[in-house]
Design a protein around this ligand. Structure first.
Ligand code: BEZ
Length: 389
């Protein structure tokens, strides 16, 4: 009897000591897989997303829900042919807790497929591929940016309301370009306009000359375009050099002039675009964000930096609700679904399919800024076609 009491006491004391030792251990680091383009036409976009993400993390003292963060970085080169291998390495070899990526829609589709199959948390900080929060939607997949449909649709509404009748479109032939034009066409034709010509070239080609000649011969009332990054810089300069800027007004989704104005100079002056961010918004959160970003990076932020910052906010909100335990996917999702995200673009929430429901702004280039002109489409929600969740 005595022996058994002593043994029980010893076992209890040992267990207590072990528990104390265990609780004294710092929580394991959170492994974040950053899969972004660091080379190629979208390199600047990848860097801005990483900067934004890290700025929010720094504001939280470098931790999410008490867990320090270890980054595993992959340059995805905006190359869909390497995407499945790249994301599988992060998930299977590096065992990341969460995936953050990426910019290019084709690469993001491969990431979403792996995330859906493996159950790994994925937050998309740019790529607009409609299917990510459409047919491929999943409880563990979130987007802090937009769907390709959203800016296209908003600009279609604006141009139809302006009484523009005949439009030619020009873009890269891949998911982002195709879907941006499709969103544009849906709203523009609903508003009474006609798309008279759809031009495209393979991503990331920038040999625009033959297509610009075609536009000049077609003589539409205006042109709608989706290009981004280095390709957008070249397109705006070539459009102006071809003499088209004066005769056929150029409109675009806002990626045409975001993060690019320094390089585009006077050739971008006056262009109208639609996007979920602008450079001159009277939003306190944006003012503090821009100050902090400029102080930290000695750079002005753009939409990509905002989306990176908000990807980190979404991750922080979800992890707080589960005390840092990434295996609690349903609780993580519930917290994010209920949240209002205090974004520099203006507060937004996520749709049932996990895509931002947000205002799309009409902006006009003035000097080095995408100046806010008005709201192109209020609280615009992607239709999430094919999402069953
Ligand atoms: C995309 O591929 O989805 C994309 C790339 C750059 C800017 C916007 C969208």
């Amino acid at each position: 009897m005595k022996t058994s009491i002593i043994r029980t006491t010893v076992i209890a004391a040992t267990a207590a000591a072990l528990t104390t030792a265990a609780s004294a251990q710092p929580a394991a680091k959170l492994k974040v897989g950053l899969m972004l383009p660091y080379t190629g036409t979208f390199a600047a976009l990848g860097n801005a997303i990483e900067n934004g993400f890290k700025l929010y993390l720094a504001e939280q003292g470098g931790k999410f829900a008490g867990r320090e963060v270890e980054f595993v970085k992959v340059d995805d080169e905006s190359d869909p042919s390497k995407a499945t291998d790249n994301v599988n390495k992060l998930v299977k070899r590096d065992n990341v807790d969460v995936l953050i990526g990426t910019v290019h829609s084709g690469v993001a589709l491969a990431m979403a497929k792996v995330a859906k199959e493996s159950g790994t948390l994925l937050i998309v900080p740019n790529a607009g591929a409609d299917a990510v929060t459409g047919a491929m939607c999943a409880p563990n997949i979130f987007r802090s940016s937009f769907s390709n449909w959203q800016p296209g649709y908003a600009m279609g509404e604006v141009m139809a309301k302006r009484g523009i009748k005949k439009v030619a479109t020009i873009t890269w032939k891949y998911a982002a370009g195709d879907e941006s034009v499709r969103g544009f066409k849906e709203a523009f034709e609903k508003g009474g306009g006609t798309v008279v010509k759809e031009l495209n070239l393979p991503f990331p080609n920038v040999e625009f000359q033959a297509l610009l000649t075609d536009i000049a011969a077609t003589k539409p009332d205006a042109v709608y375009t989706f290009f981004a990054g280095g390709g957008a810089v070249k397109f705006v300069k070539d459009y102006s050099a071809a003499g088209l800027k004066k005769t056929i007004p150029l409109y675009g989704s806002g990626f045409l002039t975001d993060g690019t104005l320094e390089a585009q100079g006077a050739d971008a002056e006056g262009l109208f675009t639609a996007l979920h961010y602008a450079d001159s918004m009277d939003i306190p959160k944006d003012k503090s964000f821009r100050l902090a970003y400029a102080k930290t990076y000695k750079l002005q932020p753009d939409v990509y930096a905002v989306q990176g910052y908000d990807a980190a906010q979404i991750l922080g909100i979800g992890l707080k609700a589960v005390n840092g335990d990434t295996s609690k996917k349903a609780e993580f999702a519930r917290a994010v679904e209920a949240a209002k995200i205090d974004s520099p673009r203006g507060a937004f929430s996520l749709s049932k399919a996990h895509n931002p429901v947000q205002d799309l702004y009409l902006r006009q280039v003035s000097g080095k800024e995408n100046k806010l002109v008005g709201i192109a489409s209020k609280a615009l929600s992607d239709p999430a076609r094919g999402c069953k969740m």
